[in-house]
Design a protein around this ligand. Structure first.
Ligand SMILES: O=C(O)CCC(=O)C(=O)O
Length: 232
């Protein structure tokens, strides 16, 4: 692997692999999901079941819609041996994956895009030595425009010690009603949005704070994710 990729991953806590999967690998997945959304009457904003789902908080909407659809072969199609080898190199050891890849689907037009009021979290507990616990892969199954519901993450947040005053104040900053990006920049942290083209992959250190975001576009957000853990 190029040393600069590993260095970028260590410094920022994520690595973008633009165009990693060819578009024709993503196309059948996108078609299948679109067909299922239509079959389940979830395809059109403001109609049928979509209207009920729209009443839920966005995090619950994503879970509800994503869990409604099964895509045969999702894990093997997305988590190729080439991608796993790259992740193993970045992690510096063997990775295990207790759960297959999951869909991350957001219905269109969820409301006005905002950085406030989001559900920022990490999915694991971070050990006292703040070691890399593993890597989460995010894959774009379809193009996702900015503000189109792509996962957000705070680049650099993995360097903040667990339990430290800085981590506590970061949690408070993220609850602020406005001005979040400026305060983060002053702390040498950046909000990244995993928008891009079908086939793009983002690898994320599992310690990064991240959040589902609001899809304010007219297109369904179609992504998938899988978490890989490092044995220490
Ligand atoms: O993009 C999303 O829906 C959020 C994903 C997320 O928070 C997670 O996979 O842990």
């Amino acid at each position: 692997m190029q040393a600069d990729r590993a260095a970028l991953f260590r410094t920022h806590g994520y690595l973008r692999l633009d165009g990693f999967h060819p578009k024709d690998r993503m196309h059948p997945l996108k078609e299948h999901i679109g067909k299922e959304l239509r079959r389940l009457n979830m395809g059109v904003a403001g109609k049928g079941i979509s209207r009920q789902i729209k009443g839920m908080p966005i995090f619950q909407q994503i879970t509800r819609v994503s869990n409604s659809i099964k895509v045969p072969g999702l894990q093997s199609t997305l988590m190729t041996s080439e991608l796993l080898a790259l992740m193993g190199e970045l992690a510096g050891g063997a990775l295990s994956c207790p759960q297959d890849a999951q869909l991350l689907l957001s219905l269109p037009q969820q409301g006005d895009w905002s950085l406030s009021g989001l559900n920022w979290h990490v999915d694991i507990s971070i050990d006292a030595r703040n070691r890399l616990p593993g890597i989460q892969a995010f894959v774009l199954i379809d193009d996702v425009a900015p503000r189109g519901g792509a996962t957000l993450a705070i680049a650099g947040s993995h360097r903040i010690e667990p339990g430290s005053a800085a981590r506590h104040s970061l949690r408070d900053i993220l609850k602020a009603p406005s001005g979040i990006e400026k305060v983060l920049r002053d702390m040498d942290l950046d909000v990244i949005e995993m928008s891009g083209r079908a086939g793009d992959v983002v690898l994320m250190d599992l310690r990064l704070l991240h959040a589902p975001s609001i899809n304010s576009t007219r297109h369904t957000r179609m992504m998938a994710t899988a978490r890989y853990f490092l044995a220490h």
